[in-house]
Design a protein around this ligand. Structure first.
Ligand SMILES: [Zn+2]
Length: 402
């Protein structure tokens, strides 16, 4: 990809002591951020996403508990480069995840085309065998780790005891080394072929977090768009038992179980005690912390986002935990079969807003008229005059099963 090449070229020129083709502010990340020359000044768009908030030169980026887009490394010319820079934690993480990560990055390609956005996802030290603890890796690089257990006899280890999680966006409030993390469990070392396509989709989703996106289905207004039925989560009955026993004494004895379960399925502090599985479905308004409060969302809901959880996540049989008000299922990246999962036009539009290219093509990609409907393909112009047409994922309708 040209944008990756440019980032590489910038670095090589600097290392060689030559005048770079683009300016690389040396010291302060905040200065890098302020040095951007490509801030989009167009009219506010009607967008579809849920993410970290925008920043401009007046934003206090160091606010504790808030995240923003990753910093601009080269403000241009010829064009801005705003990379997510990563390293592998160790050899095992690289051996197990490099192929999955490369595939997931390529599926973010439509959001990273040159002229469309300034985003790239690059190896921090330009060598996958230089691991995160090496001095040549930056303190702020994203640490990617495989958290699965090699040769685990118990299949459960990967899915219940291992927790896939990533930091959201870029933390400017700290200089701590290794503060950006992507901990991954979806790729089973003993079932590489069987888990590969699920792992690629999972990695695409985690990269979305790293870029700055949050779960679309946890938007504060998701109740307008989705039904939520926590009874269909496979841990519901156990949670009910725990709420009934109430070992943490959260309620007076006479509070009925129906009321307890309402709170356990809808409020973070209660779910943490008795129903952790429900945490990823609780809306932002019922989650604590400034980070969630600072997230911002579009006017419309994006049913095709890679940041959605599939309707049948952790459910009993083929029931749904969330589904469209209109009756259909939602899938991560638009398709039930992860082979076809892709980033949505809403995902792309938000990347173009957070990582602006400053070009006409980038502004078009931000414009809802260009990506707002399935019948209007997004035409992405690439270097050399090529054009790529990106269609919105088809709406996948699944009838019953709730
Ligand atoms: Zn997630």
């Amino acid at each position: 990809m040209a944008i990756v090449f440019e980032a590489l070229l910038c670095l090589l020129l600097v290392l060689a002591g030559l005048t770079p083709v683009c300016s690389i502010p040396q010291a302060d990340l905040l200065a890098k951020r302020a040095a951007r020359t490509c801030t989009y000044q167009g009219p506010p768009a009607s967008k579809r996403w849920y993410s970290v908030e925008d920043s401009d030169e007046n934003t206090d980026l160091k606010q504790e508990g808030k995240s923003f887009a990753w910093p601009v490394k080269c403000s241009g010319p010829p064009s801005p480069v705003q990379p997510v820079r990563y390293c592998f934690k160790d050899k095992r993480s690289k051996d197990n995840l490099k192929d999955i990560l490369d595939s997931a990055i390529s599926r973010w390609g439509p959001a990273m085309q040159e002229h469309v956005s300034a985003l790239s996802i690059d190896l921090d030290a330009h060598d996958p065998e230089i691991y995160c603890d090496n001095d040549r890796v930056s303190d702020d690089a994203l640490v990617i780790s495989d958290e699965t257990k090699e040769g685990a006899e118990n299949d459960d280890w990967n899915w219940y005891e291992c927790n896939t999680q990533s930091t959201t966006g870029y933390d400017y409030s700290s200089d701590a080394r290794g503060r950006h993390t992507l901990e991954f469990c979806h790729f089973k070392p003993d079932d590489r072929e069987g888990t590969r396509k699920w792992a690629i989709r999972g990695m695409m989703h985690e990269l979305g977090h790293v870029i700055g996106l949050q779960h679309e289905h946890q938007r504060p207004d998701r109740g307008q768009y989705l039904w939520y039925q926590p009874k269909n989560l496979d841990d519901y009955e156990d949670a009910k038992e725990r709420a009934d026993i109430d070992e943490y004494c959260l309620w007076e004895d006479d509070v009925p179980i129906e009321q307890r379960m309402k709170e356990v399925t809808q409020i973070e502090t209660f779910a943490q005690k008795y129903f952790p599985q429900a945490l990823d479905f609780i809306t932002a308004t019922h989650r604590d912390g400034e980070r969630w409060e600072s997230y911002t969302h579009s006017t419309e809901f994006d049913y095709e986002s890679i940041m959605l959880y599939p309707s049948n996540t952790n459910t009993i049989g083929n029931k749904f935990v969330i589904w469209r008000k209109s009756g259909g299922a939602v899938w991560q990246g638009g398709y039930e079969d992860p082979t076809f999962s892709r980033v949505s036009k809403g995902d792309i539009a938000r990347v173009c807003q957070l990582y602006p290219s400053g070009t006409e093509e980038g502004r078009e990609a931000q414009d809802p008229a260009a990506w707002g409907g399935a019948e209007v393909p997004l035409v992405v112009r690439m270097a050399g005059g090529f054009e790529t047409v990106i269609y919105a994922p088809n709406m996948t309708m699944v009838g019953s099963g709730r």
